[in-house]
Design a protein around this ligand. Structure first.
Ligand SMILES: NC(=O)c1ccc[n+]([C@@H]2O[C@H](COP(=O)([O-])OP(=O)(O)OC[C@H]3O[C@@H](n4cnc5c(N)ncnc54)[C@H](O)[C@@H]3O)[C@@H](O)[C@H]2O)c1
Length: 338
């Protein structure tokens, strides 16, 4: 079984490749290093002893993508490649619509042309917008996406739903909540190019002195301490869900599967509580600024993950402390190289 992982040199893609190799899948990768470099591919090799072939190709370039498919017999695709910063997408929506939609469109063309039977898509809890019920289930109605990034994930899901009607293949869409932490080996983790966008990279970079301070955006929301509520989940738990999703797809011969799964722990925690947990884990305090609300942020979102647990037999192995400990270990390692 040869699996094409797009965006495999990135944060979640690299952890997923490790999990796939550990479960005896062969992997080939497309990543143009627009938000990564080859460091994580080397880390994959150190962990698994396997060298993954990467094609440095922009998925928006259809002819180059076709060349990869003509050279490899692909059995299944996991499509991670996308830009992912909510904040950046508010200031530069064109960049997000262009990359995230065009690359998905091209890869779906390959599904059709090469009759690929199994497709897993990286979606996001940002598709829910400011929802009316918590925790959110896969059936919770989507609201207006608060950012261009969230809109690209809503559109991506819609593109797949439309495409599934005319294509004999299985599609699984995984809605990640807030992936955090690093592989326990500390050989792969999140590489942040430029300004960090996620909360935990902001915390670890501030604690390491890479950025002068961190800001909590919005402390007057209607939550228990006024800051936003998120559902952090260890990246290796997210990664393993892809292997399970693929295995489910492979054992389903209907070629009509269209499933959505929430991947979160189900524990809603505020931004300020997350900072306090981090201080406890590393045993030191640091100060943060309180800033205004930020465009694009939803107030609160956390998952009902019961469908993934029952259908995929998935469960989370890592606690919040594990997430913060591994994120900090990774930050210390990459800071030492600067
Ligand atoms: N990290 C999160 O908080 C989070 C949350 C929900 C959903 N997601 C989704 O998960 C997926 C992976 O996220 P990640 O955190 O690993 O991001 P990442 O930026 O670390 O990885 C994405 C990879 O895709 C590559 N890429 C982007 N556009 C490309 C293109 N046109 N052609 C080839 N390669 C391209 C980048 O170089 C990068 O290595 C994305 O679709 C993201 O939207 C991430």
């Amino acid at each position: 079984m040869k699996i094409l992982v797009t965006g495999g040199a990135g944060y979640i893609g690299s952890h997923t490749i490790v999990d796939l190799i550990e479960n005896n899948f062969e992997v080939v990768c497309i990543d143009n290093f627009s938000n990564s470099d080859d460091q994580l591919l080397k880390g994959i090799e150190q962990i698994t002893g396997t060298t993954v072939v990467n094609y440095n190709v922009d998925l928006c370039d259809l002819e180059k993508v076709k060349e990869v498919f003509s050279k490899n017999k692909i059995d299944a695709i996991i499509h991670f490649a996308a830009f992912k910063s909510v904040d950046e997408s508010v200031g530069n929506p064109f960049k997000y619509y262009q990359n995230n939609i065009q690359s998905l469109n091209n890869i779906l063309k390959m599904v059709e042309e090469y009759k690929i039977k199994h497709f897993v898509f990286s979606s996001s809890c940002s598709v829910y917008g400011n929802c009316n019920e918590l925790p959110v289930t896969e059936k919770t109605a989507m609201q207006y996406a608060q950012s261009a990034y969230g809109a690209t994930k809503q559109m991506g899901e819609r593109m797949i739903e439309d495409f599934q009607k005319i294509c004999a293949a299985n599609f699984i869409m995984l809605r990640y909540f807030n992936p955090t932490g690093a592989h326990p080996s500390n050989l792969i983790g999140e590489i942040v190019k430029g300004k960090p966008s996620g909360l935990v990279p902001n915390i670890t970079q501030a604690a390491a002195g890479i950025i002068p301070f961190m800001t909590v955006f919005g402390t007057d929301y209607d939550t228990r301490d006024g800051s936003c509520i998120r559902d952090f989940i260890h990246v290796s738990d997210i990664a393993h869900a892809h292997t399970l999703a693929l295995q489910k797809s492979l054992t389903d011969n209907s070629q009509q599967l269209l499933e959505i799964y929430n991947l979160g722990t189900g524990n809603g925690i505020t931004v300020i509580e997350t900072i306090a947990s981090f201080e406890k884990v590393i045993g030191k305090q640091f100060s943060y600024n309180k800033g205004p609300r930020r465009d694009g942020d939803v107030v609160a979102v956390y998952a009902d993950n019961s469908k993934a647990k029952s259908d995929l037999h998935w469960h989370c192995k890592f606690s919040l402390d594990d997430m913060l400990q591994t994120a900090w270990a990774w930050q210390e390692k990459i800071s030492a190289k600067l």
